[in-house]
Write a protein that binds this ligand. Structure first.
Ligand SMILES: O=C(O)C(=O)C[C@H](O)[C@H](O)CO
Ligand SMILES: [Mg+2]
Length: 398
């Protein structure tokens, strides 16, 4: 019987020369190795938690060694039994997610099939993508407009950005005006037929959020994401939906269980759900969440921000998701070393990605990059700009 022999954990980074936000300068990759020499890859979330996440993966490793890697549902259930906090702890959830992705990669390689084949088969041959990470150091409306045009010339038909500068919790009139002018500049630059997605990063209290959503409605955003603080703020989201019913609201990148998805869906608080395969319990969790969203008539727009293994895992998932709206992508805006974590370049064709159809995740991981870019330690904490914003945008322009 094939068993799990080891789980190797690689933190890789260019922190010394990083030009991106600190969270984007690190990837945590896992490599599951079997007794017969097969390998499967997965990825976890780094955001200011690198050490804790690595430790959490070490715990999953203790449990996994010696087990049959192909009993995926059974392993999930067994680990759920042992890991008392899996649905309460971000670290526990992302650690398991990374390993679950790797188990699916292994199974696909063993069966000689891409992962989508055993998630129900191919529904979407190509996946519409929206660009993120394209607006580093953009501050004025003009900065945003110029860069947005470049994004369109790369082929993207959709893009997301956070226009709210340094505001958090409350935003005054001047802040709102600046944000509105940035969004107006992008809408004018890209025209009517490119989708604009407004990222709020869970910044605002409810009163500010309602005012902001009302002001943004005129630009016809595909959705507005995390308009209020992200603590499953049911009351806040309900007030926004009541105040501005015509604007689609997206949330979900921080959910770590199927039950959290259910709580949002059953209250009718979300139009587009954004689960992330690296913290929503891998393919196992995402498949359950997909079924729920279908039942509630909600579309999926998976969050995908951390690295190329996540990127291709999300493509595999999306390939079989009938209610897929769009997939996020930072891929084109990462530094070369990060793109090089996988050997097979993922090309954007007219705003879409073709889903890799080789076994497992469908790509080869570049072990040289994993060895050369290895690092230990945490991402830096910058007092002057929160870790979650795109670098150089925590500014006003007046
Ligand atoms: O991509 C998104 O939707 C984000 O919100 C990006 C975040 O800044 C990132 O996930 C933080 O870790
Ligand atoms: Mg977001």
């Amino acid at each position: 019987m094939t068993t799990i022999k080891d789980i190797e954990i690689y933190s890789v980074s260019d922190l010394a020369t990083a030009k991106a936000s600190p969270w984007a300068s690190v990837s945590i990759i896992v490599r599951v190795v079997t007794s017969d020499g097969q390998v499967g890859y997965g990825e976890a979330v780094p955001t200011l938690r690198v050490n804790q996440v690595v430790k959490a993966i070490e715990e999953v490793r203790r449990f996994m060694i010696g087990k049959d890697p192909f009993r995926i549902e059974y392993l999930f259930r067994e680990w759920y039994k042992h890991e008392f906090y899996i649905s309460r702890s971000f670290e526990a959830a992302t650690a398991y997610s990374a390993v679950d992705i790797a188990l699916h990669d292994l199974l696909g390689k063993y069966l000689g099939a891409p992962i989508y084949q055993f998630l129900g088969g191919l529904v979407n041959e190509k996946i519409k993508a929206y660009a993120n990470g394209w607006y580093s150091d953009c501050v004025t409306p003009d900065d945003f407009a110029k860069r947005a045009k470049e994004v369109v010339s790369m082929g993207f038909k959709a893009m997301k950005f956070d226009p709210f500068g340094p505001y958090f919790d409350h935003m005054d009139e001047e802040g709102l005006e600046e944000a509105v002018e940035r969004v107006r500049a992008v809408r004018e630059a890209v025209g009517k037929y490119v989708d604009i997605l407004i990222e709020v990063h869970g910044r605002f209290n409810v009163n500010t959020a309602i005012k902001m959503v009302k002001a943004m409605e005129q630009f016809d955003p595909l959705f507005i994401e995390e308009p209020v603080h992200p603590d499953l703020n049911f009351e806040g989201l309900a007030k926004i939906k009541a105040a501005v019913p015509g604007v689609r609201i997206a949330v979900g990148e921080r959910i770590i269980s199927v039950e959290e998805a259910l709580q949002l869906l059953e209250r009718g608080l979300v139009d587009v759900l954004q689960p992330d395969i690296t913290n929503a319990l891998g393919f196992t969790g995402m498949s359950r969440i997909r079924a729920l969203t279908e039942a509630y008539g909600v579309e999926l727009a998976p969050h995908n921000a951390f690295g190329p293994v996540q990127h291709v895992a999300t493509l595999q998932f999306d390939a079989s998701a009938y209610n897929l709206l769009i997939q996020e992508s930072f891929y084109e805006f990462w530094p070369q070393w990060k793109r090089d974590i996988i050997n097979n370049a993922i090309r954007l064709e007219d705003g879409y990605y073709r889903v890799p159809n080789r076994p497992g995740l469908g790509v080869d991981v570049n072990e040289k990059v994993l060895a050369e870019m290895r690092f230990e330690g945490m991402e830096p904490f910058h007092e002057e700009e929160p870790v979650w914003v795109i670098k150089g945008t925590w500014k006003r322009y007046r």
